[in-house]
Design a protein around this ligand. Structure first.
Ligand code: NAG
Ligand code: NAG
Ligand code: NAG
Ligand code: NAG
Ligand code: NAG
Ligand code: NAG
Length: 777
């Protein structure tokens, strides 16, 4: 009999993997995905046990006995997702994959959190910028909407999760507070669960008490959850900087934490088997919005636990928001590309943490920092790290301020100039401090160019760009007694241009289904301040003993929950809108210009494209009133899968009453709020779309911004709507223009160049924009 006690189960698995498996038969943890359940509402314990039994029976037909099946199975997915995770040999997995009832069999892979490393930046209130107060008020601050994340857990003592001002827990909530003596819940933090069996199965680690808790010891999960839905916290700051009221996008929403990420093993920290279990439970528990700031390499939809989980969530009207990844600016790196997810890139805010470097020769260089001020307002002696090296250290290592390269007798009492590169920025600060420096100027190397980052260094410091760094070293060499000063960091608002795309934000094209443009949207993801875990330091380095309730971090991990917070508001305002309608509202109202009114830029200061920003930068107040939406039903997602080659047999794994359309739909006609033509045009291509009126009656006219060298014809180009909910279709025909040479079809390979345009439906009040991307050569 299956024992529900996790520790017993893990012991069993270990015992079996140690003693019963012959050395040559390597068993790994796999996921066997069987599609959907068709439980009636109010499924009973007996029904769930029947599911588990069916999984045992299924597996025992391959392994030879029910006892072996019971020993192998790690998880049964019983409620919405149908399938199980189990220890299998490669040959067994291959045999099972041949069964026509099986949708897919894949290894329990590890995923990564989408944060660049911590010790990041600082800002006042990420929400001021987007002035979402009117949406806030109308949406009652997201009251009673339930937003959850799949992440590293939660720091429940954070003020962001205080239940001040909140009424009783919404009655629809069916979740639990697992291990509440370790992580107590309240009327704000209404649920926690943790999932570690997939992690233990992959790593072979032993279960211990810290793995049996949803407590966040890393900071990431608390940061993302509070960004999405943290309560109001006045006087929040990081070392006194950026003082203001911290708040999430839906400050009165309820939150729940599903911990699926654990201390990294070989760079992986969140595993598919756990992710799928968390999705299955979150859907059951009654979550409205799931914020998922993690991912792996882009893979097929049904060989990816996150994509499978998201599919079932959306099928049940739960909106799933995911980070695009931090592998930019290389093209084709965007992950979490399923058409049922909202995929979020990251861009900057209009604020900097300026700390000026003043040199004895009168130069004043704008650097950035989050560290404390120098003790006295006076010029300090300066030394460059190569000159401060120990006798046995090389110039090359010393100038990078590596460990054990600096001579304290030379450094003591001075400001030390170090070169960026090789070792962690905050570690250079630690070495400078250990050698007795009073401050540090961190000079960019050529590679890091103009990208300067405000770190919470352990000593007063400022980071300057490459050209300024060259000037610092040149000044020090030019005089016998170089002197300098670093001003206290100061948060400066209204910096221009902003937003611009973060260079780390993963870029399209979508390598899984290039007909779907990804990412969908961009949101602030650089220098984001939010709640943190007090189990770790702001630099996340062992030498750093500081503990702070709020910290700054950067990554698409941080932009994702901004969108989740806005989704929470839209869910409160429009409880009956589908996840696709909510995504459409966010996408078609986005902005593509920055605060200089020019097109948004990339980190390299060239114009950004939809491969970086999708439809543009989120504009919450506009999203509340989109006019028209491009909606999608679950059946349309199934038709999409049919078009990808998932045949009728597999469709039956999802639903018994849907046939694959014959012929299959053209992927160009999938009703997505963007248009992507990934094959170089040789003749014309026609794309069909359908828009639904969600605003007042009105007449919408189409306006096109042509991609260079492509003619675009919209038919009809006027749509008249009389009622809410009315839907109208239209066609967009794209043709290479003029001389064929401009858009000549290349015979082979991935297109090298794309051209960009847009379609804009307007009734004079609403602007419903969709980007158009066409392969050009
Ligand atoms: C981690 O990587 C090392 C070196 O590649 C390998 O020997 C080890 O088995 C890996 N550990 C796990 C749990 O995969
Ligand atoms: C529990 O195991 C994890 C993973 O190996 C480890 O990081 C952590 O320090 C352990 N905690 C305790 C209390 O032993
Ligand atoms: C932050 O602002 C609040 C209210 O304006 C003030 O009471 C508090 O002292 C400030 N804290 C810091 C560190 O500046
Ligand atoms: C480096 O920063 C300075 C401001 O101190 C600025 O004037 C200069 O243009 C920057 N260099 C580059 C290459 O952007
Ligand atoms: C569907 O595909 C599977 C595997 O690709 C195949 O075994 C099965 O026969 C197909 N079914 C139909 C109805 O074509
Ligand atoms: C959309 O069209 C309207 C007029 O029809 C125009 O005012 C607006 O600037 C257009 N927006 C974009 C982003 O093309």
């Amino acid at each position: 009999m299956w024992s529900p006690n996790p520790s017993t189960l893990i012991m069993l698995l270990l015992v079996f993997s140690l003693f019963q498996v012959p050395a040559f038969a390597i068993r790994k943890s796999y996921i066997v995905y069987l599609g959907s359940h068709s439980h009636a509402p109010g499924v009973s314990k007996v029904d769930l046990q029947l599911v588990t039994d069916s999984h045992y029976n299924f597996l025992s037909s391959y392994l030879g006995s029910k006892a072996k099946a019971i020993d192998s199975i790690i998880y049964s997915y019983k409620r919405h997702i149908n399938g199980f995770a189990a220890f299998l040999e490669e040959e067994e997995a291959a045999e099972i994959a041949k069964n026509p009832k099986v949708v897919s069999v894949f290894l329990n892979k590890g995923r990564k959190l989408h944060t660049t490393h911590s010790w990041d930046f600082m800002l006042l209130e990420e929400n001021d910028k987007v002035k979402r107060s009117s949406l806030w008020e109308r949406a009652r601050f997201g009251e009673d909407t339930i937003i959850a994340n799949l992440d590293t857990g939660v720091w429940p003592e954070s003020q962001s999760f205080s239940d001040k001002g909140l009424g009783p827990i919404p009655s629809k909530w069916k979740g639990i507070c697992q291990n509440s003596h370790s992580v107590p819940c309240n009327k704000k933090l209404i649920g926690t669960r943790y999932f570690n069996k997939g992690y233990l199965a992959y790593t072979g680690l032993k279960l211990n008490s810290s793995l049996n808790s949803a407590r966040d010891t890393e900071g990431h999960g608390s940061h993302t959850l509070s960004t999405a839905a943290g309560n109001f916290v006045p006087g929040a700051n990081v070392f006194g900087l950026g003082n203001g009221t911290a708040k999430g996008g839906s400050p009165k929403a309820r939150v729940a934490s599903y911990k699926v990420c654990w201390p990294p093993v070989n760079g992986s920290e969140c595993f598919d088997a756990d992710i799928m279990k968390a999705f299955d439970m979150a859907i059951h528990d009654g979550v409205d919005v799931l914020s998922v700031s993690l991912g792996g390499d882009p893979v097929d939809y049904f060989e990816d636990g996150l994509s499978i989980g998201a599919f079932h969530a959306v099928k049940n009207d739960v909106v799933v928001v995911c980070s695009a990844g931090n592998s930019g600016p290389t093209p084709g790196t965007v992950s979490n590309v399923s058409p049922w997810m909202i995929t979020v890139g990251a861009s900057t805010l209009d604020r900097e943490f300026q700390a000026f470097v003043e040199l004895g020769n009168g130069l004043r260089l704008k650097g950035t920092s989050l560290s404390k001020a120098l003790p006295k307002s006076k010029l300090y002696p300066l030394i460059s790290a190569d000159e401060a090296r120990k006798s046995d250290a090389s110039v090359k290592d010393a100038i990078l301020c590596k460990k054990d390269t600096l001579d304290p007798t030379k450094v003591k009492g001075k400001i030390l100039a170090c070169l960026r590169g090789e070792t962690a920025r905050v570690d250079k600060g630690e070495q400078a401090s250990l050698a007795g420096a009073v401050g540090m100027i961190l000079c960019n190397d050529k590679l890091s160019g103009n990208e300067i980052i405000a770190d919470a260094h352990v000593l007063p410091a400022s980071q300057v760009n490459y050209t300024d760094g060259v000037a610092v070293f040149a000044y020090i060499k030019s005089t016998a007694n170089p002197v300098g000063f670093i001003t206290a960091p100061n948060a400066k608002l209204g910096t221009k241009p902003a937003p611009f795309m973060a260079s780390f934000s993963s870029r399209g094209p979508n390598t899984v289904t290039p007909e779907i443009l990804k990412p969908d949207i961009t949101a602030p993801g650089v220098n984001i301040i939010a709640a943190y875990s007090e189990a770790t330091s702001p630099t996340d380095e062992p030498f750093d003993n500081r503990r702070i309730p709020f910290n700054t971090e950067s990554g698409t991990s941080m932009s994702c929950p901004h969108v989740s917070g806005v989704v929470g508001l839209l869910k409160t305002l429009y409880p009956n809108w589908s996840p696709a309608a909510i995504r459409s509202a966010i996408m078609t109202t986005a902005r593509t210009r920055d605060n200089t009114q020019n097109p948004m830029l990339d980190a390299s200061y060239v114009e950004s494209t939809p491969f970086a920003h999708g439809s543009g930068h989120i504009r919450p107040n506009r999203a509340m009133d989109p006019g028209l939406v491009y909606d999608l039903t679950t059946n349309e997602y199934l038709d999409f899968l049919c078009a990808l080659g998932y045949n009728q047999t597999l469709m039956e794994a999802f639903t018994s009453n849907r046939e694959c359309p014959k012929p299959a739909i053209n992927l160009h006609d999938f009703n997505y709020p963007s248009i992507s033509i990934p094959k170089v045009l040789s003749g014309s291509v026609t794309v069909t779309r359908r828009v639904k009126n969600v605003g007042p009656a009105g007449t919408y006219a189409a306006r096109v911004v042509k991609p260079a060298g492509v003619s675009v014809c919209v038919e009809p180009n006027v749509l008249k709507f009389e009622n809410i909910g009315e839907e109208k279709s239209f066609k967009v025909t794209l043709k290479p223009e003029g001389s064929r040479k401009a858009l000549q079809a290349k015979k082979s390979g991935v297109p090298k160049r794309y051209v960009f345009g847009g379609l804009n439906w307007s009734d004079g009040k609403h602007y419903v924009r969709t980007p158009i991307v066409v392969a050009a050569a």
